[in-house]
Design a protein around this ligand. Structure first.
Ligand SMILES: [Zn+2]
Ligand SMILES: [Zn+2]
Length: 342
């Protein structure tokens, strides 16, 4: 089968590789129909993380089940499914508690398309087939009436934006909220959309990126154009930090009101980033950081999309045909979706 493969920094090519096979009775094979590029993907192919040889690309997709092990219940051949980007068993204590990013049965960072991070090749979604080792835990049925491109980013970035705001708005209903965006193209926009859908009374969006600010405004957020080096004009009970720069992180913490909550969805590679612990202690600022638990979030998020309360397609800025993936994948876009011809 064909698999889009990163062979060197910024060098992608379609390769012929053996098609995966079912290896256990709880497994499934899925044919990806539409694949989205995650905010981390351009960093994976740029060489920011050292390559450990060629690796398969893509970890956000909606697809169709083509084969099922004998022990899989609740799924059918031909069914439309969103695939969790993290591999998880669904049965261990951690999975049962909803922390499916941290399944005890698998090495840390067991994800599709992220071999440079985990060292393990689980395959990539820009392939004709992927193997799903724990089908019931990792596959979420999705309405086939929804065009696949709309659901392509639901494996990862859509629930990542959602979980950044949902529990905090549930604890403080109707709050005003600030998103601080500094280097992640789509997750902060999914967070803004989710916050508005979940009843935030106001969503401000701070960024230095004109295209992102314009899109945030179209979603209903209030754009704040800033280089993030200046002091925030006000504080908020809930702040989302989404980006890669320590300057942006410090802006987010400064913008959090006393006893407020700052949720970070950011990954900082390399040595530690200093935090203003004196300020955070004195003002009682709660700082949350961690990965999104994809499999656990999918039922909720797919339900909100089916009910048209979340509209991820509003954040998609580029859709290309499957055969154009190798050329389009490295090019900038807030959200790129690759789809097979119908
Ligand atoms: Zn991702
Ligand atoms: Zn598990």
């Amino acid at each position: 089968m064909q698999q889009l493969t990163c062979i060197d920094p910024n060098k992608l090519e379609w390769r012929d590789v053996p098609a995966p096979r079912i290896q256990g009775d709880g497994e499934a094979l899925v044919r990806p129909l539409a694949v989205a590029r995650c905010d981390i993907d351009r960093f994976l192919t740029s060489g920011l993380f050292p390559l450990r040889g060629p690796f398969a690309l893509g970890h956000e997709c909606v697809g169709e089940v083509t084969a099922l092990g004998d022990a899989v219940h609740g799924l059918a051949i031909g069914q439309r499914v969103v695939v969790a980007f993290q591999v998880s068993c669904g049965r261990c204590k951690t999975c049962a508690a909803g922390r499916t990013a941290l399944c005890e049965k698998l090495p840390t960072l067991s994800d599709y398309g992220m071999q440079p991070l985990s060292g393990v090749e689980y395959g990539g979604m820009l392939s004709d087939l992927i193997r799903v080792p724990h089908a019931e835990a990792m596959l979420q049925p999705a309405p086939s009436a929804l065009e696949p491109a709309r659901l392509a980013s639901v494996s990862d970035n859509v629930p990542d934006g959602y979980r950044a705001v949902a529990p905090h708005l549930a604890a403080r209903p109707g709050s005003e909220l600030l998103i601080v965006s500094h280097g992640l193209p789509s997750i902060p926009l999914y967070a803004a959309q989710a916050a508005l859908a979940l009843g935030a009374s106001r969503v401000d969006f701070a960024s230095g990126d004109a295209e992102q600010l314009a899109l945030a405004e179209r979603l209903g957020a209030h754009p704040i154009e800033t280089d993030l080096a200046t002091k925030p004009a006000r504080t908020y009970p809930i702040v989302v930090d989404a980006g890669l720069s320590p300057t942006g992180l410090h802006y987010a913490i400064r913008a959090t009101e006393p006893e407020g909550l700052c949720q970070s969805v950011s990954f900082h590679p390399g040595p530690g980033v200093p935090l203003p612990m004196g300020r955070m202690y004195t003002l009682g600022i709660r700082f949350h950081v961690g990965r999104c638990h994809s499999a656990a979030l999918l039922p909720e998020v797919v339900g909100l999309i089916a009910a048209r309360r979340l509209r991820p397609e509003a954040i998609t800025t580029r859709v290309v045909d499957w055969k154009e993936a190798a050329d389009a994948w490295p090019e900038p876009a807030i959200k790129l979706v690759v789809r097979r011809p119908a």
